[in-house]
Design a protein around this ligand. Sequence first.
Ligand code: ACO
Ligand code: PYR
Length: 539
Amino acid sequence: MTVITHTSEVQNVTKIDIYDSTLRDGAQAQGVSYSVEDKIKIVQRLDELGIRYIEAGNPGSNPKDLEFFARLGELRLRHAKIIAFGSTFKVGGDAATDANVQSLLRAGASAVAIFGKSWDFQVTDILRTTQAENLRMIGDTIRHLRQGGLEVVFDAEHFFDGYKANPGYALQTLAAAAEAGAGCLCLCDTNGGSFPDEIFDIVKVVCSRFKCAIGIHCHNDGEMAVANSVAAVRAGATQVQGTLNGIGERCGNANLCAIIPNLQLKLGFECIPPQCMKHLTSIARFASEIANLAPNDKAPYVGSHAFAHKGGMHIDAVNKTPTAYEHINPELVGNHRTILMSEVAGRSTLLALINAIDPGIKRNSPQTQHIMDRLKQLEHEGYQFETAESSFELIVRKELGKYQPFFELKEFKVIVDEPSASGVNSSAMIKIRVGDTEEITAAEGDGPVNALDQAIRKALERFYPAIREVKLTDYKVRVLDSDRATAAKVRVLIESTDHTESWTTIGVSTDVINASWLALVDAIEYKLVREQERQTAPR
Ligand SMILES: CC(=O)SCCNC(=O)CCNC(=O)[C@H](O)C(C)(C)COP(=O)(O)OP(=O)(O)OC[C@H]1O[C@@H](n2cnc3c(N)ncnc32)[C@H](O)[C@@H]1OP(=O)(O)O
Ligand SMILES: CC(=O)C(=O)O
């Protein structure tokens, strides 16, 4: 019998220096602009993750980065070394007078990275100088920074394209940097178009020629950046540059949130202290939040869908043995498993939810099959329960006879008043019965759904004061069969919170008010069910 384990155990662990450029190359991504405070917060989280190097900005570029470096003294870092980034001095110049080189020396960081050209075409056509002058620029810049007491990483820009065009010259640029005292030669796939086999072969050659550390810096233009970085490590690179969530110029950089667990959990390299791996998911989401970018739900390891199971057979298997459909234990990276309720679910999917309400029901009980048939029929009619499990829980309770209605709707009326003189254009009247008492209320609102929401709460509040705690936080409408124009079915999703829990409910109808009403009632009933449970729970 083969036993598959979640972690690999490898002896003689090789340490990899992870070098994060979220705040430098990541800031070159379209749509990203950090404040100095943002940068400080990200540095602190990267340090908590155990990152070795943080390239925090380019002091020769802008006042924001200058201010960041001026505030370096505020940082108390346990693991990370801050890197200031810049370029070799300008053509025809010298290190002692070049403004960029001087700003690197003044930045206050103990380590710097400088990029220099290693592709002959870039030297002649972009720098518009000679190959010899470029070698002088690289060598003299690094020598000067080393004399200033700094650790230097040399980013060999366009190294792989340069090596393919003129290997001799590409290697000479590395030699100039190594002789001048660079501690690491970082090979850059700047245009992001290389493939893993090319990267592997070229890194192997470089590792056989140079004694200092070799790094890798990949862009993602061919969606190969993670694979290319892993190939480079397998060929001998010991420094890996990348960014959180892979943000960066054009299609982005190598995604450290995939590289770190790939190298550490799969291949047995040590990138960060093992106990820090569980922070990976939260830092990835924090970085998206700070960059004001929507998190990528499908991101490997850290995305909210990375361990979400929907197919009934998969869920059945994962319940038996998680390794059946999970490449790692999600908790290792601070993520978690999600089971999605839907028309492609089987009885195993439903059972956990059913048993939470009635532990006596079995997989083969007729109620389980009945609830599954109802789930599939409702999804056929346009419901989608994977995001509205609270509505589905209410259905299960009703089907199992475990639901006591809290109120009965007698009628509601909604009036839309356009154009409106007062600003609120809608009003709703509602008549309900709670036990033997009938209640009629009316409310105004900003649109008919808002008016209806206000009216139902007002009507119920005197019977169920806990309703006051509920706030609607999101309201989404999706047209399901748009070819039927105004006669189309709509799906309404309502997200609610009581500041302790959040829940989502759903309604489907050809009438948007009715669909909203169904979702609203579920939102309220769900709260009342939870409140009832709280009151009857043993203390
Ligand atoms: C692959 C990478 O990601 S490398 C990093 C790229 N990042 C950035 O460019 C962001 C920061 N950059 C900046 O803020 C600005 O470009 C500055 C302040 C550094 C320079 O601004 P300017 O002096 O106005 O120059 P500009 O940006 O227009 O042009 C770039 C100059 O740098 C030169 N240059 C490009 N690469 C190098 C290099 N490795 N070494 C020396 N000079 C270089 C170019 O030849 C050009 O010089 P030229 O004006 O004599 O032709
Ligand atoms: C240095 C760098 O960012 C690159 O070559 O892509």
